[in-house]
Design a protein around this ligand. Sequence first.
Ligand code: TYD
Length: 689
Amino acid sequence: MTRTGAPRPHPAASPPPGVSSLPPIGPFRRLRTALSLAGLAQWLTVPALTAMVAMLTRDEDLAVRAQAIGGTLALMLLPAVLLAPLAGLLAARVDRRLMLLIADVLRLVIIVTVPLVDLAAWTLAAAFLVGCLSLLWVCAARAALPALVPDPDGEPGAHRTATRVIYGPAPAAAVLFAVLALIADGTLGRGSRADLALYAAAGIFAVSAAAVAAVREIPVRAMPAVPAPLRLLFQGPGTAAARGLGLAIAGAFLAGGAVAAVARVHTGVLGGGDAGYGTVLAGLAIGFGFGVFLGPRVLVPFSRRRLNGLAVVAAALALGVLALVQNLVVVVFMTAFLGVFAGAAWSTATTAVTDPDTPEDVRPPAYLRSVALVTALVAFLAAPLVTGAIGTHRIDLGDGGHDFAGSSAALLIAAAGALLSGLLAYRRADDRRGIPLVPDLHAALHGEIYTPPEQAAAEPQPVHRNRGVLIAFEGGEGAGKTTQARLAAIWLRDHGYDVVTTHEPGATKIGMRLRAMLLDRDTTGLSDRAETLLYAADRADHVANVIKPAMDRGAIVVSDRYVDSSLAYQGFGRRQPVEDIARVNAWATGGLVPDLTVLLEIPPEAGLRRLPAPADRIESEPQDFHERVRAGFRALAEADPDRYLILDASRPQGELSREIQYRIREILPDPVPAGTEDATSTFPAIRDA
Ligand code: TYD
């Protein structure tokens, strides 16, 4: 929020003076588009090659056919399990642009030969070769995109973009495959071939290769070595909780892998053909993506680790239903549900293990990736074996008989395995031991955190304490911290706490004059050190006259900005020694450190766009200044995870407030007793100090 400053045009409309032109983003965008296309083609090869094998083995018996299909999937995945470190090494040494080009062109050539050669053995070999090239491509893509970001601070974002372009096109590819199969059925007759999908994939690879060729240069940057999945798996993670989460991932991928492996045979049994197969895969992929999105967003007050175990149990149940109900529509819907739960299990596990309290050396996300890869590989191989071994039987229940397909049995066994993993994972990783699940879930559905009655009774009602609590809200421009600080204050007051809301700079009379000097754009030539000292002076006055007195009477002080703003803006932003600024501020505040600092994270571009009012002196600093400030806040928060809550400010306001409330409860010496929300009737007005 801007409280002073001369009028100026909106930052989105025209850059304020001093803002340098944006970094050259052209090559990054072009490469992103090229990689998305290659990603689409890569995912399209998966159903296309399996459908091709299914077609070429259509006269064989069920066992051979099922194993050929599962084998195709396994061969495509095998390189990722065995050769990942090698591919990582190559991507670090060889020209990335060249590697991307080679991967696209060779995959194109191999795929075109598959319908021409028209042999199951060659299709299987092609699956392995395409798998190797796709692994190389993934490593090169991961290295190339971040290398095109001019500012190293933007790299984390580029890594996320890389993940998105690599895995994001999977649902679209499955849908495309289903559509192409329908078209082929319509034009070439039922039971037609996967040629169309293969040629389409080849065509998309060609366009991607042309687009990569148009990206002139991709600078070489050092990248970390890629760990070997099998080694990580055998080493195992360091903590029982991470092992529990690994079990959950194994359950989720066993369920998903089994469906993918037998889907072609199973949909064949149900009369769905290739189009049905594509639809099932689309359900799985879309569901998974949706689940990954939902994982951190649903039931916010509920423990993520509990949610993780429950999601796997739910995925197993969905798999059980889809195994038993022999109807294509039900199968598609249940697969989609399975996907949602597996996706939620994945995102809750990966976010839980990147949790600051999990030891560094465990490298859990890599460990979880390895678990996922190896479990999927096992599922691809085992589910068809079971399918073939059991075969199809006619069961007569007195109504003419039902076919019981081996694929149903395989899916049921996978469901039982996933269920067991889910339950064990829940027990191992549970971080709310002793708290019954049903009321916990019930409270979470109402946006509450459950406190057992005996604990609630033992908790004293909020009273004035000897020392209050200081909660700071920090973040870049337009992150919404002012709003969240106000909402937190409303919530706390609503629970009967004495709350003082305040802000920096300018919460006192002297502070307001300092603020005017600091933020007015007419202030020119202010030295960085003077700026730092003026903010520190404002803070000293703020602590002495507002914060300290309030805390002495036991109040909760909610401050919109505090010392970290100086560390981030004057330290990281202005490139002054952060330790010096910390020392000056420790002296200015008498060493008063917040009990909790909520950091609202937002990319500067987006934050500045959100600002309604004209820019002040600091807001009109160039983009790279704000990027450094953002990186600074992050570094501070990551260095002291116990004291910080880092939140993605782009998430819905309600969710953010709930997470903040969840965390505030933890630091309050007298936690808010559950259920008191409903009992309060007044809605106190907010008075800024
Ligand atoms: P303000 O209008 O209060 O904006 P916001 O809503 O973003 O808090 O302006 C405060 C500005 O002062 C903001 O751009 C950040 C900057 N600032 C510092 O550079 N150092 C500091 O120590 C503090 C407290 C603020």
